[in-house]
Design a protein around this ligand. Structure first.
Ligand code: ARG
Length: 463
């Protein structure tokens, strides 16, 4: 019979035990459960609710259980229900009646939350560190390719020339926001639920500030009812995970088409590709594709958890037990994805020969022609129209804008000439886009310097 079975006449049905149990997945929290219990009894002793000796016996017992689990000597079954009951029942077996005091002034509702929050705070920092490592690689690449011009796309159509360094810095900004989202969420997550008990606090004179401090939290949560019914910390994390996985997935998508035979802008390292069991020539970008697929998985975790929460009244409901698998899956998937993408990025070769060959196609400098006409005094809407006609003329003649003769240009508008179109070499087009946030190498340099300073600051605090 379970530790809580006093008011029951008979044991749970076997299939109910299996259905009810969370031990299959929440055993992953054993370290945090033990840390929480040790902090709890330390506080109980300081408050003279148990004796120092009882605290020591319980703490020793819990440390023995920790070792037993680490060594694989303690094996759990669904009879254990969850990690909280599993450890408490073994503690009582090990140290006898003193062990029955560990759950004084505590419920599994706050215990489960304090375990998950410790886990989450730890893993959140691990993911911040992984993202910081990724940002370092991105900054290195941005620096390396600061002056290398590539095709900028909208609608997957040639749009305007940009530098590769500029593109890298675009990705840098995305992952910067991901890091900021985590740090911001951490400020709200890092509050200790322990001692809020079932839903209303307790008559036992706990010191919640002490347990919060012992466990490294910023302080105790403010309202017991809210605390045991709150899963916002998981939802915020899953939201941040979903957005970040979406960023990775978009970049992974770019990798797959940039790596295609048609584009060949990049060559993904052999170590990050797989072959075909049938077609001997194949080298497939499976890791990039898997990343894209796993983004869907993390969205599923978020949607699942949002749905779990939507019909639950105050306060704790057993539905909440479902939180762990969603969270664990998202932590594992996100962390592994950031690490593997960072390594793949580091080793990816950018084929400047292939990229440069495309710069002359698709009128990447058309906007520059229009803007030069504007600077020559023609209103923008008219300049846009004239340039559109010039593009059409080029298409009909199979030439580039810079190849048009005065004669050809005057068929579109007699008031302008080749000279009015200005310097429209691809290099000048890039160099002249020096507005704040633009693609000119001087601007990219500024962005790199800003990014480097920001990252150094964050690294000091978070890695
Ligand atoms: N295994 C449960 C969970 O993870 C622990 C809390 C159980 N509380 C309860 N009142 N049944 O949510």
């Amino acid at each position: 019979m379970a530790l809580w079975s006093g008011r029951f006449e008979k044991d749970m049905e076997q299939i109910v035990k299996q259905y009810n149990a969370s031990i299959g997945f929440d055993q992953r929290l054993y370290n945090y459960d033990i840390n929480g219990s040790i902090a709890h009894v330390t506080m109980l002793a300081a408050q003279n609710i148990i004796t120092e000796e009882e605290k020591d016996i319980i703490t020793d017992g819990l440390e023995k259980i920790r070792k037993g689990i680490e060594k694989g000597e303690i094996v759990f079954t669904y009879e254990d229900e969850d990690i909280h009951m599993a450890i408490e029942s073994r503690l009582i077996q090990l140290v006898g009646d003193v062990g029955k005091k560990v759950h004084t002034g505590r419920a599994r509702n706050d215990q489960s939350a304090v375990d998950v929050k410790q886990f989450l705070c730890f893993e959140l920092k691990e993911i911040v560190k992984a993202l910081i490592e990724m940002e370092k690689v991105i900054l290195r690449k941005a620096h390396q390719y600061k002056d290398h011009i590539t095709v900028g796309f909208t609608h997957i159509q040639h749009a305007q020339p940009v530098t590769l360094g500029f593109m890298f810095m675009a990705y840098f900004q995305m992952f910067k926001r991901d890091i900021q989202r985590l740090i911001d969420a951490y400020e709200r997550i890092n509050w200790c639920p322990l001692g809020t008990c079932a839903l209303a606090g307790t008559t036992i004179p706990l010191d919640r500030f002490m347990t919060a401090e012992l466990l490294g939290f910023a302080g105790p949560t403010e309202n017991a009812m809210d605390t045991v019914s709150d899963r916002d910390y998981i939802l915020e994390f899953l939201s941040a995970a979903s957005i970040s996985m979406m960023h990775l997935s978009r970049w992974a998508e770019e990798f797959t088409w940039w790596n295609s035979t048609e584009f060949s802008y990049i060559s993904i390292d052999d170590g990050f590709c797989t072959g075909s069991s049938m077609m001997p020539q194949k080298k497939n970008p499976d890791i990039a594709e898997l990343l894209r697929g796993r983004c869907g998985r993390v969205y599923g975790d978020l949607m699942g958890m949002l749905t779990v929460m939507k019909g639950t009244p105050l306060t704790y409901n057993k539905d909440f037990q479902e939180d762990k698998e969603y969270l664990f899956d998202a932590v594992d998937t996100w962390k592994a994805s950031v690490v593997i993408f960072t390594k793949m990025l580091e080793k990816t070769e950018y084929r400047m020969d292939k990229i440069s060959a495309q710069l002359e196609n698709g009128f990447l400098n058309a906007t520059d022609v229009a803007e030069n006409l504007v600077m020559a005094g023609i209103p923008f809407r008219q300049a846009h129209h004239i340039t559109g006609r010039l593009v059409k003329l080029c298409e009909n003649n199979g030439c580039r804008l810079e190849d048009l003769t005065d004669e050809q240009i005057k068929t579109v508008n007699p008031d302008i000439s080749r000279a009015t179109l200005g310097d429209i070499s691809i290099k000048s087009c890039v160099e002249n886009r020096s507005t704040f946030g633009g693609t000119a190498p001087v601007e990219v340099q500024r962005q790199i310097e800003n990014g480097t300073a920001w990252l150094e600051n964050i690294s000091k605090e978070w890695s």
